[in-house]
Design a protein around this ligand. Sequence first.
Ligand SMILES: [Zn+2]
Length: 347
Amino acid sequence: MRVFFLLVVLSSLSAGAEKAKNVILFLADGTGLATVNAASIHGYGKPQSLYVQRMPNIGLSETSSASNWVTDSAAGMTAIVTGQKTHNGVISQGPDAVRGVKDGEGLKTILEYAEERGLSTGVVSNSSMADATPAACYARANDRKKQGEIFLQIVKPRYGDGVDVVIGPGRKSILTQTEALNVDLASALKERGYAFHDDFASWDASDTQRVVTLFDSDDFDLGEAVNRAVTILSRNKKGFFLMVESNNHSKSPQKDLDRLVRFDEIIAGLAKNYRKNSLLLFTADHSYDLRLPSGKKGDPVAANMRFDGSHTGEEVLISAEGPGAKKIRGYMKNTDLFRVMLDAYGW
Ligand SMILES: [Zn+2]
């Protein structure tokens, strides 16, 4: 009998202390429920067939910024990674910032919390690595357009040794904009211990710790980028934080739906190995005016999509799995996701 009670007590303690070793944030940029629905039909011929639609914990996130009902990626991502709403165009600074004019209070990001505690960290995207979504993880700026200033914060980290793995496009413009600030990016990265490449072919066996890979275009395999990032980050016994972005709002519905289907496959692939010890969190920074106004079952869906190219303000999907995922339910705020991630780590 005593042994039985001891077991009950122990198992309830361990259930209460269920912590995530890693957090992987999958950010579908500009991806509303209509895009999620259409991508499922596009990829699988029927609704509700994406992995993110079958994850056990589902919620809806409102996405407004500090001053607008419709957010941009800068304020949207700032809310998710810092827990604070700010103005459109502002990167991880408080709403006392004036875009392009005045800095606001610096906001500490979930990536910086992870760095401070000695975890490994990474950002991977098919958008420029100096663009708003990845930038909000590792930098602060009063205007998302200051991409040189933003990217150089990688070599001047505030916590730990800074983001360890950076993989994505934007090479030419990042080099131009850092050069305009009189910085030789290649040597600045080398000094901070990064291997710096423009493709995967030039990676070698020594690229096992800190890597910056900047492509000239977004035409690379995001899945391979994620696998390479996870291989490096998972060597840290303390765990890791990884943000993966897929930009799913272009001028081409076909491309957007292809990308979301691919992104979903990447998430499903990682979940197999990581759902036990990692919080897997999928969401969007904002919705997009991509709609399916008509269409017969069995017909291709991308050609029927209607879009006007603007962000929209309604709630977006949150899906989650792994330790800490149970907190995702019902209507939530974009700022709540920061707390969900911190809680998952137990911080
Ligand atoms: Zn966005």
